[in-house]
Design a protein around this ligand. Structure first.
Ligand SMILES: Nc1ncnc2c1ncn2[C@@H]1O[C@H](COP(=O)(O)OP(=O)(O)OP(=O)(O)O)[C@@H](O)[C@H]1O
Length: 596
């Protein structure tokens, strides 16, 4: 039942993705069945005519009908083949798009949860490596074709004897029962190998990724990884050995039943030619037709079994895909208020939060207010909860309790796009993409080199660099797709990320460790111009470089997920026993900052 439900939802996704392809598949299945049936029925009349009246005109008509119908079937088959290949490629492409869209829109919390990250990997693996989509479609259409063929053959055989048909139906029932009990075992088997498969996929995946390669080489971990892959591969092979042994036995039993079924059918048809004990004698033409029907019946039921097994196996492979695409999307939690262009206030009211699957509160009963236009620095030790606080403000996670208000409204009352449009964030792990420098800053493919972008380039200290590039702002970032692409240093990339955030011109700008990769001169320059850079915007700033706090109106001090202080730099420096004083003075010694 569970399998049928899964198949139904897979088919409904496929139907939505490409209805024309599904229709084409069904038409193809019908045509294939029709070809088999026509080639069983027409020869009967030709043979009877040959052995009976021998009317030349009739013989010509029947002979031509057989040849012509086969030519037509062949022609249609060739046309369909091409259309089906194109349709299949298109459907696969659409399914990949569905997956990519899902990853881009799924509630963000899933993308930081190891279970769902693994699910995503397995879903992508099933589509790309196991050809699950292609095989399941083949499996389902062939199953439909086999069922239509079997029904047509049963109708032909019914004209010979209903007892024979009942017998054949019973054998089919027996075969399907054998396969359905195997399908249950198959489901349990694939569930049971998930843990090994995940481990195998993880270690194998490390070998394919480029990012881990530096560490793998420097710490000589290649051998260790290969060993793990070999171990898990062996475990998997052992499990599959058991599975295929059992499958072999089932297929053997299935074939025995099929041979028995065919022998009885042939025997019965033969008896009807030589004796009238079981019914009236039949002609040689009818004999050929019924024998052909019996042969095809036996072959088709064998194929039906194989196709059902293939379909269920592929359904198992597609499980992660089906589970992943049914996850809720971020926009589903959205209100419909339009966010204003100006930030008047931000309030955290008794906000507590723990990451999904964790018992530990990362933020506990956090309350503070930010006035519009204020520059706030959030300071705290590693793991204090600073970035998490920003993630909540950006609606990447929802608080477990408490509320966050912007301009007096709960942030979830705002329409998702409208709210996100008013926030520009540079995260610690920001990403630039293989677009041109200009496109990376403007996030717009059709951008024009305008004054705004040129001013920003100058303000973040990138003018000289951009001027030195032969293609300036049109230089492609990275060499992934073009040898002429440019590779920027960590600091230069960070400046582009800062320019991108500023270009968005959002009233709230959040910078999480925005200068960590900058050299001291560039950092000092950014700080110096910081207020000019962010202009009248409300700005939240997280940095371990304490000197940045001096430029801010207030400093929010977080310790172990709680607010321990919220005041100006000058006032906090009065509290000589506070964490802020300790952090500032310790760094000041190293950086020779003024302890004011
Ligand atoms: N996706 C996650 N799932 C589970 N726990 C997480 C996740 N992200 C962060 N944490 C945990 O939450 C705590 C706070 O992390 P957060 O990144 O907010 O700290 P931070 O103050 O920004 O630290 P840092 O200064 O090192 O950047 C840490 O203990 C961290 O291990």
């Amino acid at each position: 039942m569970k399998q049928l439900k899964k198949m139904k939802s897979f088919l409904s996704i496929s139907w939505k993705a490409s209805p024309s392809y599904i229709i084409l598949l069904l038409v193809n299945a019908l045509l294939e069945s029709a070809r088999i049936v026509v080639n069983i029925i027409l020869p009967k009349y030709l043979i009877d005519e040959l052995l009976g009246n021998k009317d030349p005109q009739m013989l010509l008509i029947l002979g031509s009908a057989i040849v012509l119908s086969n030519v037509i079937f062949k022609l249609i088959e060739n046309i369909m083949k091409k259309q089906l290949t194109i349709g299949r490629i298109k459907l696969e492409e659409k399914m990949s798009q569905i997956m990519a869209n899902k990853i881009m829109n799924v509630d963000f919390s899933y993308l930081e949860n190891p279970y769902y990250l693994d699910l995503k990997e397995r879903a992508v693996f099933a589509i790309n490596n196991q050809l699950a989509l292609e095989n399941i479609i083949v499996g389902i259409t062939n199953t439909i074709r086999d069922l239509i063929t079997i029904i047509s053959l049963l109708i032909i055989l019914f004209s010979l004897s209903w007892v024979l048909v009942v017998f054949l139906l019973l054998t089919i029932g027996l075969n399907l029962w054998i396969y359905s009990s195997f399908a249950n075992y198959q489901q349990e088997f694939f569930q049971s190998i998930i843990p090994i498969n995940r481990k195998y996929g993880y270690y194998m995946g490390l070998g394919f990724q480029d990012k881990p390669q530096k560490d793998i080489r420097l710490y000589n971990m290649g051998q260790m990884l290969t060993q793990r892959v070999i171990e898990y591969n062996k475990d998997l092979m052992d499990e599959f050995q058991v599975f295929y042994n059992r499958l072999g036995k089932i297929e053997g039993l299935y074939n025995v039943i099929n041979v028995l079924q065919a022998s009885i059918a042939y025997g019965y048809v033969g008896l009807r030619v030589i004796s009238d004990k079981f019914g009236p004698n039949i002609s040689i033409g009818s004999f050929t037709m019924y024998v052909n029907a019996a042969i095809n019946f036996s072959q088709t039921t064998t194929k039906l079994g194989e196709n059902i097994t293939l379909t269920f196996q592929m359904l198992q492979y597609l499980d992660p895909f089906m589970e992943f695409i049914s996850l809720p999307e971020t926009k589903e939690y959205s209100g419909n208020l339009k966010m204003e262009d100006e930030i008047k206030s931000i309030s955290f009211k008794n906000v507590s939060f723990k990451y999904p699957g964790s018992d530990k509160y990362v933020l506990e009963d956090i309350s503070f207010d930010i006035k519009g236009g204020e520059k706030i620095s959030i300071v705290g030790l590693n793991g204090a909860g600073k970035t998490t606080l920003i993630k909540l403000l950006c609606r990447l996670y929802e608080p477990d309790s408490g509320e966050i208000f912007v301009n007096g409204h709960n942030i979830y009352d705002y329409e998702y796009e409208s709210y996100m449009g008013k926030i520009a964030v540079i995260f610690q792990d920001y990403k630039l993409f293989a677009f041109t420098v200009g496109e990376n800053i403007s996030c717009n493919e059709g951008y024009k080199e305008d004054k705004k972008i040129m001013d920003l380039i100058e303000e973040v200290g990138l003018k000289e660099k951009i001027d030195s590039l032969p293609n300036g702002l049109d230089s492609l970032m990275g060499k992934a797709y073009d040898d002429k692409g440019i590779e920027l240093s960590g600091g230069e990339s960070q400046k582009i990320a800062i320019a991108r955030a500023l270009y968005k011109d959002a009233p709230l700008i959040i910078l999480d460790e925005p200068t960590s990769a900058l050299d001291p001169l560039a950092e000092a320059e950014i700080y110096e111009h910081f207020n000019t850079l962010v202009k009248g915007k409300t700005a939240i700033y997280i940095s371990h470089r304490m000197s940045s706090s001096v430029f801010c109106d207030r400093i929010l001090l977080i310790e172990d997920g709680k607010v321990v202080d919220y005041d100006s730099h000058a006032n906090l420096m009065e509290k000589k026993d506070s964490l802020y004083y300790k952090l500032f003075t310790t760094q000041a010694k190293n950086y020779q900052l003024d302890i004011a």
